[in-house]
Design a protein around this ligand. Structure first.
Ligand code: GLY
Length: 387
């Protein structure tokens, strides 16, 4: 028999980085907030994420809006983690380590020259390094290195430390966290004109004036929204390895961005090696081929990686919209809010997503930099699917 009638101002569907960051900021604005997580908090894509805070390394031609959003989020990071550390009494694991983009052969060096030209044209701070200078800065790089770009402003954070700190801060602020609370559907009222809460798979109801969809790759599993209010999100698998140097920190100080993978130092002798990009549904099984490719590329560029111990092999699912950009703010039903589709940038975008959604939940407009990412841009695709 259905049970429980809880009442909140805001119910957040999904306890990954987006849901947790939004919950903290919303609760601090005085909105009574609950996070509903189907599994364990931050155990989906957030747990597997490397935590690159790299808007300049990840910038793609034609994605100026996303670059502006990403840079705005990175600008907020130092203040965000300082407040979070004070609120949680935990270290969120931020590192202003910088990033090197590296090329190991002529083709990759040419690609890197193009990346340099694109970033220079956008006025982004990037320094071209000859191999000798790159190896002076990061001596573990292979002598065969052809070219590198230094991007000191691209940083990193430990997503596990960050999400653990957020969970503590939410509870200290009076917010509620529920694990094993799988949302089956969004409940609407007034003939589907406004949201009234959610129903869990066990039949329990959680009443809320506003519902934030922060369900990562699982957005499509939520029932209850009319076709015109839905947003298409697909899973994009990424395999990673967690490696550990028994000798401690020192192999690498900066994030090393290869083509197409990366190595992210945690500063304590641990390194995240990622990540594959695979589109094959909700499969999270690591594969021999995926891990082989990551290791092959990493060892070619940083031979010392071969000596590292393997702590963990894992895969997660990035949430991708049709344009691979996030969906933020109000939806097509009153009280529906989106904090979804952050694709490769969920950790980087956490501060701006949190602030944008907290503003929107409080009835304020989204910050200007977030406005291009509204759900309405998918309206024509929804109509096409429905017809
Ligand atoms: N942010 C890097 C990735 O998604 O692999």
């Amino acid at each position: 028999m259905p049970h429980t009638t809880d009442r909140f101002d805001v119910a957040i569907v999904g306890g990954g980085i987006a849901g947790l960051a939004v919950a903290w900021r919303a609760q601090r604005r005085g909105l009574r907030t609950v996070v509903l997580e189907r599994d364990r908090l931050a155990h989906g894509a957030t747990r597997v994420a490397a935590g690159m805070l790299a808007p300049i390394s990840e910038a793609r031609v034609g994605e100026r809006g996303l670059l502006a959003l990403s840079r705005a989020s990175l600008d907020r990071y130092p203040g965000f983690v300082e407040e979070l550390a004070a609120a949680s009494q935990r270290d969120p694991g931020y590192s202003a380590c910088g990033t090197l983009l590296v090329a190991r052969d002529r083709d990759e060096a040419e690609a890197l020259e193009r990346e340099l030209a694109e970033r220079t044209a956008l006025g982004l701070p990037v320094e071209r390094l000859l191999p000798s200078e790159a190896r002076r800065r990061e001596p573990a790089l292979a002598p065969t290195l052809r070219l590198a770009l230094d991007i000191p402003g691209d940083h990193a954070i430990d997503p596990r430390a960050l999400s653990a700190a957020l969970a503590v801060a939410i509870e200290r602020a009076g917010g509620a966290l529920r694990e094993g609370a799988a949302v089956a559907r969004i409940v609407t009222a007034d003939d589907g004109e406004r949201v009234a809460g959610v129903e869990l798979t066990d039949g329990a109801h959680v009443h809320a004036d506003q519902v934030v969809v922060a369900a990562g790759a699982w957005v499509g599993a939520l029932d209850g929204l009319p076709a015109h209010a839905r947003v298409p999100v697909r899973p994009v698998k990424g395999q990673i390895m967690r490696l550990r140097d028994p000798a401690g920190a020192g192999l690498l100080a900066r994030v090393i961005r290869m083509q197409p993978g990366y190595l992210v130092p945690r500063g304590d002798g641990r390194y995240i090696l990622g990540a594959t990009m695979e589109e094959q549904g909700f499969d999270t099984a690591p594969t021999a081929g995926g891990i082989f490719e990551l290791l092959r590329d990493a060892i070619e560029l940083v031979p010392g990686v071969a000596e590292l111990q393997v702590e963990e092999v894992a895969a997660g699912l990035r949430p991708g919209t049709p344009d691979n950009a996030p969906v933020l703010g109000p939806g097509a039903v009153d009280g529906l809010q989106w904090a979804a589709g952050c694709f490769r940038h969920g950790i980087l975008l956490a501060p701006i997503v949190a602030d944008a959604l907290a503003a929107s939940l409080a009835g304020e407009p989204l910050p200007a930099v977030a406005r291009p990412f509204g759900a309405e841009r998918f309206a024509s695709q929804r109509e096409a699917v429905a017809s």
